[in-house]
Design a binder for this molecule. Structure first.
Ligand SMILES: Cc1cc2nc3c(=O)[nH]c(=O)nc-3n(C[C@H](O)[C@H](O)[C@H](O)COP(=O)(O)O)c2cc1C
Length: 210
């Protein structure tokens, strides 16, 4: 079996974390670098990752997470947040960053800039939030994969109250909203879910080559 498939079979959505085990700084940096490399539409990265260690904040988030204990017991709590609005300044930032990193004149990127401006100019907050939230799902996939390779457990979560998170974390003031939650850490020996066989459709059910 390839290493990749071994990693993916090793992982599962952990229900009970070992509170005493913490992720090393070094692994945390690898995770951050992997997420930094996540692709996004236009390379725009209209998102932000909160990594919450603070136990008091996590206690406040517990009741906003259907009391899923992983939110407080895991080593770290990732909250994947997306922009609410895309402003002219955000577009300008992206163009300036691209020009600097690629060592080209910003004026050479005028076509790209126009395209971004015409794309985003008429979008409502609802449409923008829907689009930016999709980018978070790509990052979630990469977070799961990276953690599995590092033998760090992770639990993807949609089972939380996004408005409650926005309130506790004061996200609206930062032009953000919570899209996904992902506690990461180390499984508890008593987490029976780790022993369960994976339920998946067969390859022929999932794929059709045409
Ligand atoms: C977008 C998304 C949201 C999920 N939300 C939750 C959640 O709120 N709580 C939870 O315990 N698991 C949650 N899961 C985990 C799934 O139930 C789990 O991935 C699925 O049953 C497959 O099992 P496995 O990941 O253990 O192989 C979520 C998974 C995804 C991808």
């Amino acid at each position: 079996m390839t290493q990749l498939i071994q990693d993916l079979k090793w992982r599962y959505a952990v229900k009970k974390y070992d509170y005493s085990k913490k992720i090393s700084e070094q692994d945390l940096l690898v995770i951050q670098e992997a997420l930094q490399l996540a692709p996004s539409a236009f390379g725009f990265q209209a998102l932000k990752y909160l990594i919450i260690e603070n136990p008091e904040i996590r206690q406040k988030l517990l009741s906003k997470s259907s009391n899923q204990q992983q939110v407080v017991d895991a080593s770290h709590l990732f909250v994947l947040c997306a922009f609410n609005e895309i402003s002219e300044n955000h577009i300008e930032d992206h163009i300036t960053r691209t020009a600097k990193i690629r060592n080209v004149l910003a004026t050479n990127l005028a076509g790209f800039k126009n395209h971004l401006q015409s794309t985003f100019s008429n979008w409502s907050v609802e449409k923008t939030k829907e689009w930016t939230a999709k980018q978070c799902y790509i990052s979630l996939g990469m977070l799961m994969q990276t953690c599995a390779q590092l033998r760090i457990d992770a639990t993807p979560m949609e089972g939380f109250d996004p408005n409650g998170y926005d309130e506790v974390l004061k996200l609206t003031d930062q032009n953000l909203h919570a899209v996904l939650v992902c506690p990461i850490g180390y499984r508890h020996d008593e987490d029976g879910y780790g022993q369960l066989a994976k339920v998946r459709k067969t390859i022929p059910e999932l794929f059709e080559v045409i």
